[in-house]
Ligand binder design. Structure first.
Ligand SMILES: [Zn+2]
Length: 334
């Protein structure tokens, strides 16, 4: 027999249970008496807009300037018939929310920013870059070099706000062909009429740096800093440049605006967009660079691929496939 069942033992058990019963009764009472707990208001801000990784000895930080809804149904040229279903497969409508990314490269001896976001030129859709730089642990005035992939509002607009240089210690490096094109309003007839604001935007962004002697154009393929080379990538704009970054044998190529619609143009690199000054050249450039990145296994970083916009390219069927980097702490202080 497991329990003694004399009246004595039954009484002892009942006495031992008493404190527990009392406690249960008390807690039931307190649950009834407590006010329902209200959670605080939803926070509704995004995580700080940076993502960091090491490339050999170089520290690379992707920076978000924000996102902008791009009406791809109106802007893509020669889109495949299944464009809407490709976007639907990515759970997107034809107005696809598109990242505006910039990249900060600390080489050990230089702190270089690749592209500068939209500043005030995209309204509330851009202009977060300075906050992202600070969240990432640096100050805009720490940056000694800004490398522009090209002179369009979402890449150069953030250089200047209300006429003031946002990167007062930086030289601005950009291919001479883009300077010659965008700072000369006589070229307005060479772009779609909806894109002609780009000439005034370029003037507003660059004039303060020209006056300070800080605009330093380069000519095509050039080693700009130790480990960072400009590579000619004309098509999207006349002086559109890629930057090839190399440290300890590891390579990253910054593509700028080689691609705008990742859910369409990886599979179909021949699809172009209204922003291209020379659409045929832009398409050739895209195909060649996707092929290069896939063959070489280089890391790629792009301005309008979903933040952080860093990953690898793989061949897939007749086209290519994007493999975004995974969240990683490798090589970083924990
Ligand atoms: Zn762009």
């Amino acid at each position: 027999m497991r329990f003694m069942s004399t009246p004595y033992h039954a009484a002892v058990r009942a006495i031992r249970m008493l404190p527990l019963a009392a406690a249960l009764a008390a807690s039931a009472a307190s649950i009834q008496a407590a006010q329902p707990v209200q959670p605080p208001a939803q926070v509704r801000t995004q995580a700080p807009g940076f993502y960091r990784m090491m490339l050999g000895a170089f520290e690379v930080t992707a920076l978000s300037d924000g996102t902008v809804a791009v009406p791809l149904d109106q802007l893509l040229r020669n889109p495949p018939e299944d464009t809407a279903s490709r976007l639907a497969q990515a759970h997107l409508g034809t107005r696809a929310e598109t990242s505006i990314n910039a990249f900060l490269i600390h080489t050990g001896s230089h702190l270089a920013l690749v592209d500068a976001g939209a500043g005030d030129l995209f309204g509330k859709d851009g202009g977060r870059l300075l906050d992202s730089i600070r969240a990432a642990g640096y100050r805009p005035e720490d940056i000694d070099t800004v490398l522009l992939t090209h002179i369009h509002a979402d890449h150069s607009g953030g250089l200047t706000r209300q006429g003031k240089r946002m990167f007062p210690a930086a030289d601005i490096r950009v291919d001479q062909r883009d300077v010659d094109f965008w700072l000369n309003p006589a070229n307005a007839g060479k772009v779609a009429k909806e894109e002609r604001h780009a000439f005034a935007d370029a003037e507003a962004a660059l004039r303060p740096y020209i006056e300070a002697g800080r605009l330093k154009p380069f000519d095509g393929e050039t080693e700009l800093l130790p480990g960072i080379r400009a590579v000619a990538g004309a098509g999207h704009t006349p002086g559109h440049s890629l930057y090839l970054v190399e440290s300890e044998g590891k390579k990253l190529v910054l593509w700028g605006d080689l691609i705008h619609a990742q859910d369409v143009q990886f599979a179909k690199p021949g699809v172009t967009i209204r922003f291209d000054v020379d659409a045929a050249a832009a398409a050739r450039q895209r195909l060649a660079r996707m092929d290069e990145a896939a063959r070489q296994g280089w890391l790629v970083a792009a301005a309008h691929i979903g933040f952080p916009g860093i990953g690898h390219v793989r061949r897939s069927g007749d086209g290519y496939l994007w493999q975004p980097v995974r969240y990683s702490l490798e090589g970083l202080r924990r």
